[in-house]
Design a protein around this ligand. Sequence first.
Ligand code: HEM
Length: 418
Amino acid sequence: YREQIPIDTGIDNTVKLLLEGYNYITNRRNQFGRDIFETRLLGGQKAICVAGKEAVNMFYDEKKLIRQGAAPKRLRQTLFGEHAIQTMDGESHRHRKELFMSLMTSERLDDIKTIMRKHLERASEKWVKQQEVVLFSEMCQLLTKVACEWAGVPLKENEWSKRANELEAMFDSAGALGGRHWKGRNARNFAESWLKGLVQDVRNNAIEVPQNTALYKMAWYQDKDGVLLHEQIVAVELLNILRPIAAIAVYITFGALALYEHPAEKEKLQTKPSVYFELFVQEVRRYYPFFPVLVARVRDDYLWNGHDFRKGNLVLLDIYGTNHHPDIWEHPDMFDPERFKDRDDNLYDFIPQGGGDYYRGHRCPGEWLTIELMKETMDFLINHVEYEVPKQDLRFSMRRFPSLPKSRFIIHHIRQKN
Ligand code: HEM
């Protein structure tokens, strides 16, 4: 059967999307009583917005949707880079995805946890002497060091703070217009030329890099036709490792906020078995806003749930709304880590870092790494240091991408435990 789905009328609703932010799709879903509606976005293009488990299933069916030409140019100029894996489809995507997944072995995940712990310990020695620490900024800097060390990217002592600012500007400009957008674009240009130089050094044997690192593997990766990537594209893909590792600072900041707002949860983490860290971290990733939506394009006409999807239409998957969908989550707006206890895992209803299969689709290859570094840091904040949280503005906007507590989470009176 075919039917007319609800329409959010207007020639271009991009401004409404920016104004209502993470809630744009949820607000319409509530208004229309449906998980699907039509709108016009990004220069008046027809776009179908969907949410919920079935929708995730459809969104990750590669016979139906493609990514090429889907992400708006302003995102490619800041967040992803041009010709990045995010914009690829089919066999070439799978081949490149294999490269990313090959970095995520359990040995390499252990390595990054060890590196993280080392830098946390060093940082806390400095923190105890400071008046106060802005946790988000501190984590951006620290995670930049961790990311570079893990990825085999050499970083001079006088350079890391500049690189950290560049990585931050790239993910911070994702949903921005004006100044913040330009800051992100400039940062990307600087960082790409820096990494291009390093790729040349690796290829000319001017520097030696361990073979299991991202820098080495990406510099020598051959595409499905056996050709080395252009050094510019290697730089883009290296940034696809470094930038999102730095962005884990956002989740760590929200994690610290959750510890502060839910002292009972903090106590459980101190006293209950370590599996509680996993539950807690999953709930942080579900509850707090980070990626709002994903965008793809219809490959060829198809009918789904009564609606004709036409070749070239945009499809928006509501990430935040699916992670708060009342059919999937009981009391979705409550912070409750224990909801993840005895939960049957599946690839389609919990999607803070995308859904579907890692190897065949676009689901985030860094999801395990993110979870591990969050657990490591939460453990550190709970069991290895003590601190107080002074009065500050901890509210976070539902209109800013990415969202963050306004004060960036300030802590003071920091002491090392034991
Ligand atoms: C893709 C979220 C961390 C590397 C994605 C996607 C989301 C996401 C929503 C898109 C999925 C899709 O298009 O279907 C996040 C969040 C993170 C995070 C919220 C927390 C900080 C990481 C880390 C890495 C990483 C740590 C690498 C070490 C990537 C790459 C892609 C991706 C390369 C593109 C995959 C593809 O197109 O096949 N991520 N991510 N991300 N992420 Fe992450």
